[in-house]
Design a protein around this ligand. Structure first.
Ligand code: DX5
Ligand code: ZN
Length: 216
């Protein structure tokens, strides 16, 4: 499977996000991961659809929007209008079949995510609902720079095995949180092929080299 790197702008310089997104594109990133937080589903507030609209003209890369929000159904239209290419919603916060129908109605790719404490099998129905991607949190959502939760590896394997059995062996599986050059190999071997990295990418001395190394 082709490995995709999705740097999170959560770790970027918020005073220059447009330039940071351009830097991601020239450094070889595959997606721009937008960590949206509402201060309710998770304690911090980061940004909303206006930020996605603002960065849209600065990159051709797909905007991969991770909605860490309650009532995501009230936000989908705004993110679709802002130019989101992928919208990921938390299984813990909504009814996946309804959200998938709503996201698809705007022509946007639909993805479901689970938190570290949520069992892998909770994601299986999203596969049957035609997910375009699945996301597993490998840190408790809300902050960048946390330590990778090792138990995530077994969950990634379980989800990839389910995808194989369900007849979608190549379905994109994204992992988000605490990924470094040291642990990315384990994440990919477990079955993930889309790597979210905030700190590792934005703290890098040479962003392009780090992205290339993360891609293995
Ligand atoms: C948590 C965020 C982080 C972020 C990645 O809610 O979703 O996982 O994207 O941050 P790092 O790569 O710094 O752990
Ligand atoms: Zn994220």
């Amino acid at each position: 499977m082709n490995i995709k790197i999705a740097p999170s702008i959560l770790a970027s310089d918020f005073s220059r996000v447009g330039e940071e997104v351009k830097r991601l594109e020239t450094s070889g990133a595959d997606y721009v991961h937008c960590d949206v937080m509402d201060g309710n589903f998770v304690p911090p507030i980061t940004f909303g659809a206006q930020m996605v609209k603002a960065i849209r003209p600065h990159t051709r890369l797909p905007l991969d929007c991770h909605l860490m929000v309650l009532h995501p159904e009230t936000h989908v239209e705004d993110f679709a209008a802002a130019g989101a290419d992928i919208i990921t919603v938390h299984v813990e916060a909504c009814d996946i079949p309804a959200l998938f129908r709503q996201i698809s109605s705007f022509g946007v790719k639909k993805s479901a995510v689970i938190n570290p404490e949520t069992p892998a099998e909770v994601l299986f129905p999203a596969v049957d609902e035609g997910a375009d991607m699945l996301l597993l949190m490998s840190v408790h959502p809300g902050w960048g720079g946390q330590k990778f939760i090792a138990e995530t590896l077994a969950k990634i394997e379980a989800v990839r095995n389910y995808c194989v059995k369900a007849g979608v062996p190549e379905l994109d599986i994204e992992v988000d949180g605490g990924i470094t050059e040291e642990n990315v190999g384990d994440v990919i071997s477990a079955g993930a092929n889309v790597i979210v990295a905030g700190s590792t990418v934005f703290k890098a001395k040479n962003m392009a080299e780090t992205i290339a190394r993360l891609r293995g």
